[in-house]
Design a protein around this ligand. Structure first.
Ligand code: SF4
Length: 379
């Protein structure tokens, strides 16, 4: 294997958001301290085994949870160890996720000094009452402070996350959040429609009737407004839910969309070695116990068929503005559906590339389903 992306999962937050579907729990420093040690142990074990051994890293992403709560000296140690374990090209993208209200100027300077050059800030909204409804612990003032502190620390590649499509929000309030986010001179924006999935209900406290729920019709209207505002602001809509100024697309996320291998370390982290996918156990105590016995914390290895891999590549490729190279996939594509969808404006074929036009991206699931109907054509 030549190149792969490296992901670390830090599953601790100051507060647990009711809609959260990530592996995370409220910070208990003694559990977190133990976890930080086992995370390093996993790095050392995995870096010594094929196919990762002697590989070259193409990006590093420290996600969570709230990894901005990691002690800065630990982040420094982690990045030094990665340099020892793998080939580490100069100028690779090294991202840390941060939550406003859970980051300070001193840590940001130390993170930058350690090698962090990109930050993804979980703003979610810049409207106070929406932040309260979403049970976030931060205010819009904290978002401003986090962006300013990151820039002052020397981290200029700043991405914000914003959430939309929930009851209590409106098209206007979302566009207000967007405009306020753009005033912060960000380079990248990731957006998410609120979703509350099965496992969330088990993990979260009982639902309070004032807590927002998903509103798909509102989300569709807001998505239209989002595309138009970001275009006017000069951002490239390079993936279904992601926008970037020129030169600031997320290198790390391209790994997933282009089906390039990635190694995920930490509780519940997923890996893909180019052929098979695997994921770690999702329970922090079990993860710690396994690694303390020098055992790997993998829960499952999924052997992917050629059909699985290619279906996923079609879906992921069509999420992006790069689309799909026709010649690579024409053996699995239904030509009649392709022609019909091109005629009706659901797909574009240009210079040997198949693309979904921006205004049809929300229909992606149906488009892919039709395009791949007749899967018996797969060799
Ligand atoms: S801050 Fe993010 S990871 Fe943490 S509980 Fe909230 S949604 Fe989940």
């Amino acid at each position: 294997m030549n190149e792969f992306a490296l992901y670390f999962h830090y599953p601790f937050c100051l507060n647990r958001c009711y809609y959260c579907n990530f592996t995370s729990s409220v910070l208990d420093e003694s559990v977190a301290e133990r976890y930080r040690q086992t995370l390093i142990k996993e790095l050392l074990l995995r870096s010594d085994e094929p196919p990762w051994k002697d590989g070259t890293i193409r990006s590093i992403y420290i996600g969570g949870g709230t990894p901005s709560l990691m002690p800065a000296e630990y982040v420094n140690k982690l990045l030094l160890l990665i340099r020892d374990c793998f080939n580490y090209p100069p100028d690779i993208e090294v991202t840390i996720e941060a939550n406003p209200g859970a980051i300070d100027a001193e840590s940001l300077s130390a993170f930058h000094e350690a090698g962090i050059n990109r930050i993804s800030i979980g703003a979610q909204s810049l409207i106070e009452n929406e932040l309260r409804q979403l049970s976030r612990i931060h205010t819009s003032k904290d978002i401003h402070a986090a962006v300013l502190a990151a820039r002052q620390a020397g981290i200029y590649n700043i991405s914000l996350d914003l959430m939309y499509g929930f009851t209590g929000q409106s098209v206007n309030s979302f566009t207000e959040s967007l405009n306020r986010a753009l005033e912060l001179d960000i380079k990248h924006l990731s957006t998410y429609a609120l979703s509350i999935e099965g496992s969330t209900e088990k993990l979260s406290p009982p639902q309070n009737s004032s807590q927002p729920t998903p509103d798909p019709d509102l989300a569709a209207d807001q998505y239209d407004a989002l595309c138009s505002i970001m275009k006017k602001a000069g951002f490239d809509h390079y993936e279904l839910t992601n926008f970037a100024l020129s030169g600031f697309q997320s290198h790390h996320n391209w790994t997933y969309w282009r089906s390039i291998p990635y190694l995920g370390l930490g509780v519940s982290a997923h890996s893909f070695d180019g052929k098979n996918r695997s994921w770690n156990i999702p329970i922090i105590d079990e993860y710690n116990e396994r690694l303390e016995r020098d055992a790997l914390p993998q829960e499952t290895v999924e052997i992917l068929s050629m059909e699985n891999v290619q279906t996923e590549q079609v879906y992921l490729g069509l999420r992006t503005s790069d689309g799909l190279t026709m010649t690579e996939f024409e053996h699995i594509i239904n030509p009649r559906e392709l022609a019909e969808m091109v005629d009706s404006g659901f797909l574009i074929v240009s210079d040997g590339t198949i693309l979904v036009p921006e205004e049809r991206w929300l229909l992606l699931d149906d488009i892919v389903l039709k395009l791949l109907s007749k899967c018996d054509k797969i060799a």
